[in-house]
Design a binder for this molecule. Structure first.
Ligand code: NAD
Length: 478
C-alpha cells in the first residue's frame, strides 16, 4: 500500500535550451573573450555535470565594460526620453515571457531549484519587474523625488546565486527605467540565465553598452564595485561581503545599496489556523531549498500549540519530494554548490552538538549532486548558533514562546532584520505584532510573497536601501 500515492516522474524537457560549451563576457552589445583568456566552469548541482566554460573577467575586462556603459549613458541612454526607455523595458519583459520556458529550464539546470518554482515564481516575477519599471520610466517626475529627477550614471551591480534571474531583474529594471546604464556581475555558480538575458537584450535591440554582463567570482565583483567610474553600487549577497564592499566604497561619492542576509522569525500564535500555518512554515523555509535571504528559518511557536504544530509539520515534511529539479513533481531540488552544502552540514552538526533535537523525514537522496534533506531542530535556545546564524539551507530552528511580548522580544533578538511572518486569527494581533518587529517586510498569514510594486529591504545587518516599488527608484536617482 505504501506506494499507492507515488507519482510517476514528469520531467520537463531540456531540449528547449541550447547550452553552449563556452560563454564570453557581454560588453558593448557583443559577446567577447576575457582579455587574459581565463575562465571557470559552471556545473549542474543536481548531477555535478559540467555545463559550460564561462569567461572570467579581470580588471581590464571590467574596465572595458564600465567604459562601454559610460559611453552608452552619455551618448544614448541618459538623453533618451523616458517613454522611449520604457519601450525597451516593455520589449525585454515580453521577450522574457515568450522565452519563459527556456529561462526556467536553464535556471533549474544551473541553480538546482525545482522547475515548478523557476517556472511559476522566478521567471514570471522577473518579467513582472521589467513590466512594472517600464511603466515608471516616463513618470519619474511623479514618483516623489522632485519634478525632474536625474539618473546617477553607471551602476555596478553584484548578485548572488539563489535567484539568479530574479535578482538580475531587481537590479537592472529600476536602473534602466531611471536612465542609468549597468554592468552586472552574476554569481559564479549561476551565470547562465544572465548570459541568456544578454541575448534577450540583443533581441530587444537595446542600444549597445546599456547592459553589460561580466562573469567571474569575488575578484571580478571587487574590481567592479571599486572601479572609479562607477557611480552607484548595488549589491545583494552575504553580510560579510556587504561589509567588505561598504569599506571599499567608503570615502568615495558612490551611492550604495546593500541587500544582505537574514534570520527571519515566523511567529505562530495559538489562534492561528494550524494547517495554513504549517503550509506557511513549509513555504517559508523549504522554498528554494531554504536558499532565501528572507526565509522563515526561525519558527517561533506559542507553547500551547507547539506540539500540535510540530506534529503536523513533520507529517507534511514527510510528503515533500526531493530530487530531480526538472521533475514537475519535485518540491525540493539540489543545494546550489558543494561549498554551500558543506556550510549547511557544518551548522546542522553544530546544532546537534549544542544539544538541539534534529529530525528529517526518511527520504532517498540521489547518488550524485548536492543534496540535503528538509530538517527541523527542536529544543533550540536563542544562544544556539543555529538560532543566530544564517544557514541558507532547508533547516528550521524551532523556538517556543508563551506571550506575545516574548514572541516579539525573541523575534527581534537577531543581528538581522529582513523579514518576519505572523500567523494569527486576529487582525489586531497582526497589527500589534507587526508594529513591534524590526524587519523590513512582515507577512501576515502568508510568507515569501514577492511583488514588484512592494518595496523590499532590511534593518541592521540585513543591509540598507530598498528595492522594488516606488521606493526602489530612489536608489537610482539623483
Ligand atoms: P556572497 O556574498 O558570497 O556572494 C554574492 C556575490 O558577491 C557573488 O556574485 C560573489 O561573486 C560576489 N562577491 C564575493 N566577494 C566579493 C567582493 N569582495 N566584492 C564584490 N563582490 C564579491 O553571497 P552568496 O553566497 O552568493 O549569497 C547568499 C547570501 O546572499 C546570503 O547571505 C543571503 O541572505 C543573501 N541574499 C540577500 C538578499 C536580499 O535581498 N537581502 C537576497 C538574496 C540573497
Amino acid at each position: 500500500m505504501d506506494n499507492v500515492f507515488d507519482y510517476a516522474p514528469a520531467p520537463e524537457s531540456r531540449a528547449i535550451v541550447d547550452i553552449k560549451s563556452s560563454y564570453g563576457l557581454f560588453v558593448d552589445g557583443e559577446f567577447r573573450d576575457s582579455a587574459a583568456g581565463h575562465g571557470f566552469k559552471t556545473v549542474n548541482p543536481a548531477t555535478e555535470e559540467v555545463l559550460a566554460d564561462v569567461a572570467e573577467a579581470d580588471e581590464a575586462d571590467v574596465d572595458a565594460a564600465v567604459k562601454a556603459a559610460r559611453r552608452a549613458w552619455t551618448r544614448v541612454w541618459s538623453r533618451m526620453p523616458g517613454a522611449e526607455r520604457g519601450k525597451y523595458l516593455f520589449r525585454i519583459a515580453r521577450i522574457m515571457q515568450e522565452r519563459s520556458r527556456e529561462l526556467a529550464v536553464l535556471e533549474s539546470i544551473d541553480n538546482g531549484k525545482p522547475i515548478r518554482e523557476s517556472r511559476d515564481v522566478d521567471v514570471p516575477t522577473a518579467a513582472a519587474h521589467f513590466f512594472y519599471y517600464a511603466g515608471w520610466a516616463d513618470k519619474l517626475g511623479y514618483a516623489g523625488f522632485g519634478p525632474d529627477p536625474q539618473p546617477l550614471g553607471v551602476a555596478g551591480q553584484v548578485i548572488p546565486w539563489n535567484f539568479p534571474l530574479l535578482m538580475l531583474a531587481w537590479k537592472i529594471a529600476p536602473a534602466l527605467a531611471c536612465g542609468n546604464t549597468v554592468v552586472l556581475k552574476p554569481a559564479e555558480t549561476t551565470p547562465l540565465t544572465a548570459l541568456l538575458f544578454a541575448e534577450i537584450c540583443q533581441q530587444a535591440d537595446l542600444p549597445p553598452g546599456v547592459v553589460n554582463i561580466v562573469t567571474g567570482a569575488g575578484e571580478t565583483g571587487r574590481a567592479l564595485v571599486s572601479h572609479p567610474d562607477v557611480d552607484k553600487v548595488a549589491f545583494t549577497g552575504s553580510t560579510d561581503v556587504g561589509r567588505a564592499i561598504a569599506k571599499a566604497v567608503a570615502g568615495t561619492d558612490k551611492k550604495v545599496t546593500l541587500e544582505l542576509g537574514g534570520k527571519a522569525a515566523n511567529i505562530v500564535f495559538d489562534d492561528a489556523p494550524v494547517d495554513q500555518a504549517v503550509e506557511g512554515i513549509v513555504n517559508g523555509i523549504f522554498f528554494n531549498q531554504g536558499h532565501v535571504c528572507c526565509a522563515g528559518s526561525r519558527l517561533l511557536v506559542q507553547e500551547s500549540v507547539a506540539e500540535e504544530v510540530l506534529e503536523r509539520l513533520k507529517r507534511r515534511m514527510g510528503t515533500l519530494r526531493i530530487g530531480d529539479p526538472l521533475d514537475k513533481n519535485t518540491d525540493i531540488g539540489a543545494i546550489n554548490s558543494a561549498e554551500q552544502l558543506a556550510k549547511i552540514r557544518e551548522l546542522s552538526d553544530i546544532g546537534e552538538a549544542e544539544g538541539a533535537g534534529r529530525w528529517s523525514p526518511a527520504c532517498d537522496l540521489p547518488d550524485h549532486g548536492y543534496w540535503f534533506p528538509p530538517t527541523v531542530f527542536t529544543g533550540v535556545s536563542q544562544a544556539h548558533r543555529i538560532a543566530r546564524e544564517e544557514i541558507f539551507g532547508p533547516v528550521l530552528s524551532v523556538i517556543t514562546f508563551r506571550t506575545p511580548a516574548e514572541a516579539v522580544e525573541k523575534a527581534n533578538n537577531t543581528p538581522y532584520g529582513l523579514s518576519a511572518g505572523i500567523w494569527t486569527d486576529k487582525g489586531s494581533r497582526i497589527l500589534w505584532t507587526a508594529s513591534r518587529l524590526r524587519a523590513g517586510v512582515v507577512w501576515s498569514n502568508t510568507f515569501n510573497r514577492f511583488d514588484p510594486a512592494s518595496p523590499f529591504g532590511g534593518y541592521k545587518e540585513s543591509g540598507y536601501g530598498r528595492e522594488g516599488g516606488r521606493h526602489g527608484l530612489e536608489a537610482y536617482l539623483r
